[in-house]
Design a protein around this ligand. Structure first.
Ligand code: SAH
Ligand code: SF4
Length: 352
């Protein structure tokens, strides 16, 4: 019999699982607390459970990490990239990003092995989709990084922000991702504020509408990358399925349902989408939408011929957007020396 991975269950499901196994619900709460508040990964360390219960649970369920740490790379700015091996031998990457100025401890985690979207500028998309990650595998990235960065006591310093912006398209693995968000946000789980959790999507319209219905107060980031369909079709094949008018109407629906500001991400690629005319086109596209625009200078990816624009062109693009009343920032680059930056994560199957 396959053991039940308890980290793939949110608290409510865990309580139900315990009841189904004829244990009282409060035992589930105790186990939940051990996992997320104490970072414990074996039943035998759960000292407030009777010995017999610990052994029984050990037979039926697992709280062991789904990830085996293979390698870490630390950048000069404190960013750490983690390479994990999963139980089926596949590998996976996640990134820890400390922002010492404002005491933020952020992690960027993956939601799929590879990605089916095949955006032309992205390393992850190159090898196609291998499979979805389970909720337990998504959660373990945060849990294991939390263990690694804790000095002495588990959770000190605590991870404050989670961005689902690593490998994969989160909304293509909707249920597992939402469950992971619930565990991260749960008071009795990681207790990370919902507004400090960001889900980044390439624009899966049905997923955005489903997310709107849930009315979670998380940050939705949408990767735009082009101001019109003609160009977006060439950069992001998903645009042929969900063109800009459909995408933006789903985004507006999301804003209406949640009253939240949406973030648009726009990778700047030299001589592709960075002209002043394109900046003006972007302004008209986004006018009237409650949003924030995040400009991301392209990160180099092996086997991709595109380059980032020169600094002056990036600033000019930003100035046009700003002067026209749209909130805009240029993303501060992190860990470029270890290829931990956006779009540079890949799993072993897609090397070279
Ligand atoms: N699949 C989701 C989330 C993962 S990609 C999405 O596409 O939004 C996370 C971010 O990295 C996206 O905004 C994407 O546009 C960006 N990205 C991908 N490749 C990049 C590259 N080479 N340089 C800079 N950003 C990149
Ligand atoms: Fe997938 Fe996002 Fe990369 Fe596109 S940018 S291939 S959606 S991970």
């Amino acid at each position: 019999m396959m053991k039940q991975d308890l980290k793939s269950l949110n608290r409510k499901e865990m309580i139900n699982w315990f009841k189904k196994e004829n244990y009282p619900g409060f035992r589930a709460e105790q186990v939940f607390n051990w996992i997320y508040k104490n970072g414990v990964d074996s039943f035998h360390e759960m000292t407030n459970l009777p010995e017999e219960l610990r052994s029984e649970l050990d037979e039926k369920a697992s709280v062991k990490s789904n990830l085996l740490l293979k390698k870490t790379l630390q950048a000069s700015d404190g960013t750490i990239k983690y390479l994990w091996e999963l139980t089926d031998g596949e590998t996976l990457e996640s990134v820890y990003l400390p922002f010492y100025e404002d005491m933020r401890h952020s992690v960027c985690i993956s939601t799929q092995l590879g990605c089916a979207m095949n955006c032309i500028f992205c390393a992850t998309g190159k090898g196609g989709l291998v499979r979805n990650l389970t909720t337990g595998e998504i959660i373990d990235q945060v849990l294991e990084i939390q263990k690694d960065i804790s000095s002495g006591e588990f959770g000190k310093p605590g991870i404050t922000n989670v961005v689902l912006m690593g490998m994969g398209e989160p909304l293509a693995n909707f249920d597992n991702v939402i469950k992971a968000v619930e565990i991260l946000n749960d008071e009795k789980g990681f207790a990370i504020g919902i507004r400090r959790i960001t889900v980044s999507s390439s624009g899966l319209v049905p997923g955005i509408r489903r997310l709107a219905e849930l009315n979670l107060q998380l940050v939705l980031a949408v990767s735009l990358n082009a101001p019109n369909d003609l160009l977006r079709n060439t950069l992001m094949p998903i645009n042929r399925k969900y063109p800009l008018d459909e995408l933006l109407s789903a985004v507006k629906y999301y804003i209406k349902k949640t009253s939240r500001r949406v973030t648009f991400e726009y990778i700047l690629i030299d001589n592709v989408n960075d002209s002043p005319e394109q900046a003006y086109e972007l302004v008209s596209l986004l006018r009237g939408i409650k949003c924030h625009l995040n400009l991301i200078p392209l990160n180099p990816v092996r086997g991709v011929k595109y380059r980032r624009p020169a600094r002056e062109k990036i600033l000019l693009f930003r100035d046009i957007i700003e002067k026209n009343g749209i909130a805009v920032t240029i993303r501060q680059e992190r860990g470029p020396d270890i290829e931990a930056a956006c779009g540079q994560l890949r799993h072993s199957g897609s090397k070279g």
